[in-house]
Design a protein around this ligand. Structure first.
Ligand code: NAD
Length: 247
């Protein structure tokens, strides 16, 4: 059971929060008392969610580093930064183009560098911060058909550990949540291309024999975002039905 006002008064910035896992995170943090900024390139979706949960919404392309840094600075001092945005494209590595590499690295990894770089100075001055990055089990295990995505997500994990090392003395923690297959628009798009066999393979890759729900990822994010997780940093928690256990 969650503590209802664990995040009261905390200011949270959640990227890619108009749908899927990001939307569940924004809802969860808001329900625990945080004042949430929903950042997404889908402004109508961001505004709709923000209206439902009493958050604010901004239109932002997180693959645009300068715009992202500006938006985070304009948001003022943040207590909680959740880097959730991510995109995937299924193709064997030899079939990918250099343009696709740049797109995937920009959205999945450089966006995390950009927000963190912009948010950290104010967090350091406040001597408080909670950074939670959404990677993927692909970042620990690799992905057949998702090599560049996996490389970016592995980069997010290594980056998060580095930020944890540099910022522990400032009261700032940085942790990763690594989802497995979770029922969201991203997963449904992959299934539309891959069909029933892909769904079966995804389910079989978990130890619990089902897809995850966005709310299950959000619950792990809320834990890392809370004051009570002050002694937990540099960690990667799989929320993946056990598919990454031992990774
Ligand atoms: N769903 C899964 O099975 C799964 C598994 C492992 C990891 N993840 C990770 O979880 C995170 C959320 O995934 P999801 O399944 O909820 O995805 P989703 O596609 O359902 O939602 C992603 C959101 O990000 C936004 N977005 C995408 N690119 C953007 C950009 N450049 N600028 C601004 N907004 C942008 C979209 O508009 C959308 O609202 C991602 O980092 C993803 O890699 C998801």
């Amino acid at each position: 059971m969650s503590a209802p006002s664990r995040l009261t008064g905390r200011r949270a910035f959640v990227t890619g929060a108009a749908s899927g896992i990001g939307a569940a995170i924004a809802r969860r943090l808001s329900s625990e008392g945080a004042r949430v900024i929903v950042a997404d390139r889908d402004l109508p979706g961001a505004l709709a969610l923000a209206g439902q949960i009493g958050a604010s919404a901004i239109e932002l392309d997180l693959a645009d580093i300068e715009a992202t840094q500006r938006a985070v600075r304009e948001a003022g001092t943040l207590d909680i930064l959740v880097n959730n945005v991510g995109v995937d494209q299924h193709a064997f590595f030899t079939k990918t183009t250099i343009a696709q590499w740049h797109q995937l690295i920009a959205a999945n990894l450089e966006s995390v560098l950009a927000t963190t770089h912009a948010a950290l100075p104010a967090m350091q001055s406040a001597r408080y911060g909670r950074i939670v990055n959404i990677a993927s089990e692909a970042g620990r295990m690799g992905s057949r058909g998702g090599a560049v995505y996996a490389a970016a997500k592995g980069g997010v994990i290594a980056f998060t550990r580095s930020i944890a090392r540099e910022n522990g003395p400032y009261g700032i923690t940085a942790n990763v949540v690594a989802p497995g297959p979770v029922d969201t628009p991203m997963l449904r798009n992959a299934l539309a291309a891959g069909g029933a066999k892909l769904l079966e393979a995804m389910i079989a890759s978990t130890l619990v024999g089902r897809l995850g729900q966005p709310e299950e990822v959000a619950a792990a994010v809320a834990f890392f975002a809370a004051q009570e997780a002050a002694f937990v940093t540099g960690e990667t928690l799989g929320v993946s039905g056990g598919m990454g256990c031992g990774a």
